[in-house]
Design a protein around this ligand. Structure first.
Ligand code: SF4
Length: 317
């Protein structure tokens, strides 16, 4: 699809034809399986001040934590026992992070024969290469917006070109590369969403997460309105058409656990869900956008997600 076609599609009054096409491609490439990934938010230390993010370095209303190595590996082991086959290790971007220790944690988790995904911000080529050697399989780094002016205004410590360079390095090193962006950022246009989608294609992302912007009260964007869930689902459907083989994640921001959104979220081309398994004592302090925090019971929560997936006619894996 060309940019003009994507813009026209996103603006269509009746989008059902694109949803059907995306769902057919999803079925052809992925079958009825929905991959359920476990995510451990192991540290909320971050040196950046992204304007939309509740754990940005300027937010003094949260307590900063870093899980110990044994807390991380024990949590991962509990997830493996519950049936998860991918462990996502996520944190803020913290260049003081002990790389050697994180490498040991990755190696320990890999002994369980599961995939390890990292989502820890921009890293140098050498650090990425080190974590690849330690066994990490995938790397998530959303580009957030391809509008370079908007990117600059939202990321006082960031540089769009550096981020894209990092994504290209991730791909070059043989990771499965995950990108993505937010829908409904203040000042974002439909044209720039089309560019976001084309960028995912150009980078040949193996995974992508697309979800609505949700304002966090402790950020400079607290007064902004939320992004549209309908537009987010439309963007997801176009992503499936552009990247037939990619693993596309339904973000929790899209309301996957809200019964009203559940069915439609699964029929816009997505085939992956992430479930937070961060221990209770930490998870309220890992709040990128406002969310409801229920107590974590790794086995019970996994069964509940499996039940929801089955209810929508799909098969959990
Ligand atoms: S979006 Fe990522 S890099 Fe930016 S402040 Fe939040 S955790 Fe840090």
């Amino acid at each position: 699809m060309k940019k003009s076609e994507i813009v026209a599609a996103l603006n269509e009054k009746d989008f059902s034809h694109f949803y059907e096409k995306a769902d057919l491609i999803r079925y052809r490439e992925k079958g009825d399986y929905v991959f359920i990934r476990a995510i451990i938010e192991f540290s909320n230390y971050c040196s950046r001040r992204c304007a939309y993010c509740g754990i940005n370095a300027d937010n003094k209303n949260i307590s900063r934590y870093r899980m110990t190595a044994s807390e991380i590996t024990d949590t991962a082991e509990a997830a493996v026992k519950a049936g998860y086959k991918t462990i996502v290790l996520q944190s803020g971007e913290n260049h003081k992070e002990d790389k050697k220790e994180l490498g040991r944690i990755i190696r320990a988790i890999k002994k369980n024969q599961v995939a390890v995904t990292l989502s820890i911000g921009e890293l140098s080529y050498n650090d990425l290469s080190y974590f690849k050697e330690c066994g990490a399989d995938r790397y998530l780094l959303k580009h957030e917006t391809s509008d370079t002016d908007l990117y600059r205004s939202l990321h006082p410590d960031g540089n769009f070109e550096e981020r894209i360079k990092c994504l290209r390095n991730i791909k070059k090193l043989g990771f499965e590369a995950g990108g993505g962006f937010m829908v409904g950022l203040p000042g974002q246009t439909i044209e720039s969403i089309a560019d976001d989608l084309l960028l995912l294609k150009e980078l040949q992302c193996d995974m992508a997460g697309i979800g609505p912007f949700i304002p966090h009260p402790d950020t400079p964007l607290s007064e902004s309105g939320s992004g549209s869930t309908e537009l987010s689902k439309r963007a997801m459907a176009i992503a499936r058409i552009l990247l037939p083989k990619a693993n596309l994640t339904v973000t929790t921001a899209l309301g996957i656990l809200d019964p009203k959104e559940r069915d439609s979220a699964f029929h816009c081309g997505a085939n992956v869900i992430m479930k937070k398994i961060t221990p209770d004592e930490y998870k309220e302090d890992y709040c990128i956008y406002p969310a409801r925090f229920d107590r974590t019971d790794i086995i019970k929560d996994r069964r509940e997600i499996e039940r929801i997936v089955v209810q929508t006619g799909r098969r959990p894996i």
